[in-house]
Design a protein around this ligand. Sequence first.
Ligand code: ADP
Length: 193
Amino acid sequence: MFNIILFGPPGSGKGTQSEKLIATYGLIHLSTGDLLRSEISRKTPLGLEAKSIMDSGQLVPDEVVVGMISSALDANPVAKGFLFDGFPRTVAQSEALDKLLALKKTTIGIVLALEVSEEELVHRLLNRGLTSGRSDDTNEAVIRARIIEYQNKTSVVADYYSKAGKVVSVKGEGTVDQIFASLCSEIDKRMSI
Ligand code: ADP
């Protein structure tokens, strides 16, 4: 099993690159943002609770997302590996993920950190908001709030995995194919160890 965390701020291209990576490496895509939006569209109690938090640009509680990930891992017992996108977003989530993976006798193989400037992030998210139907992408104040949440709570997740020597930074600006090639080259190096 080879498990990957695709890490980076909102708008850094995690969703776009995830689609290409899962197709190439046969991984199961676990995006907490997508899982939460599915709960919202199905109007579940969890979705109703999460919607207002997401619309304000804040993080939903750790136990909510950890519960969703735990169920998704259990639902895929024979996976070749998982690609985590938008998770973990706090150190508590990272610790919980390590424990869940240890129970399955596996671990994180690599954390790929996409590096994109803040002005480029805001520009991309406002553009995405024109077509994505995502209410959190249409308001610049909400976008800035998400970036601040990232800086305050999520950027430390990279430090957590750096201690284990698992983080590789990749330039997240350029064409989609250029960035994808950089990601693949880092994965291939680690997979062959
Ligand atoms: P983006 O990274 O582009 O902002 P996501 O789809 O990953 O988009 O997340 C959208 C929102 O969903 C976040 O702003 C947050 O409110 C919530 N969310 C997603 N993943 C998590 C997580 N792991 N922990 C807490 N909240 C999350």
